[in-house]
Ligand binder design. Structure first.
Ligand code: ADP
Ligand code: TMP
Ligand code: MG
Ligand code: ZN
Length: 186
């Protein structure tokens, strides 16, 4: 039977990587074969880790290009996991489709939008292909409600591809996002 694509999306800190790793654990508890990928971006090519904001981590293959993924998948494999899909090129969609056609389940996690609310293209394309989309939310860093769907960039830097954590980004709800932007522009 063809594999299924599960896509986990949301703002930063919404638990995307945590949920992805919980699926890795389920497969590993069942002694199933898994491969975990992440984009290497500017870090060096090679074995790396996928890590949550709470510190949980799993070994992963860090790649620059999605098209290299099949080289790291020794058949038979039960599931392939990809974190930070927003940083992979569009070839990821083709590669995922090939895995599904080889009866491999695929689990992907990534940001749906940049801090400017622009969609990340690769994530959007995967949404079209997904069998299931899990949309996560975070706790709003301003009002404390569990309704944060957006990420706000604290530093004055326009780059929409800019790796970082708490020093640069917070999760916010739409109301607080708009208030923060309004106060910045006065
Ligand atoms: P993501 O991959 O979506 O950025 P992670 O799975 O890496 O998220 O991290 C989720 C963890 O982040 C939570 O379990 C919690 O410990 C921590 N965290 C920090 N700030 C927040 C927040 N504003 N809302 C929810 N969780 C937060
Ligand atoms: P996270 O979703 O696991 O928290 O990781 C998101 C990564 O994406 C983090 O390194 C910051 C980066 N990022 C951007 O490059 N551009 C953006 O617009 C946002 C919101 C995050
Ligand atoms: Mg993450
Ligand atoms: Zn809020």
């Amino acid at each position: 039977m063809a594999g299924k694509l599960t896509l986990i999306v949301g703002p930063m800190y919404s638990g995307k990587t945590t949920e992805l790793l919980s699926y890795v654990e389920i497969y590993r508890l069942g002694k199933k074969k898994t491969v975990v990928f992440k984009p290497s971006l500017d870090s060096r090519y090679g074995i790396s880790v996928v890590k949550t904001h709470a510190g949980l981590e799993v070994e992963a293959v860090a790649l620059e290009r999605a098209q290299d993924m099949p080289k790291y998948v020794e058949y038979p494999v039960d599931a392939v996991f990809v974190d930070e899909v927003q940083f992979f090129d569009k070839d990821l969609v083709k590669v995922v489709r090939e895995f599904l056609d080889k009866n491999i389940n695929v689990f992907c996690a990534g940001l749906d939008m940049t801090f400017k609310q622009n969609p990340f293209e690769t994530t959007t394309l995967l949404m079209a292909l997904a069998n299931e989309i899990i949309k996560k939310r975070a706790v709003c860093n301003v009002c404390g409600e569990y309704n944060a769907t957006l990420t706000y960039k604290l530093v004055q830097d326009d780059a929409e591809i800019d790796v970082g954590g708490k020093e640069k980004y917070i999760a916010v709800c739409r109301d607080c996002y708009n208030k923060l932007n309004a106060s910045k522009n006065v």
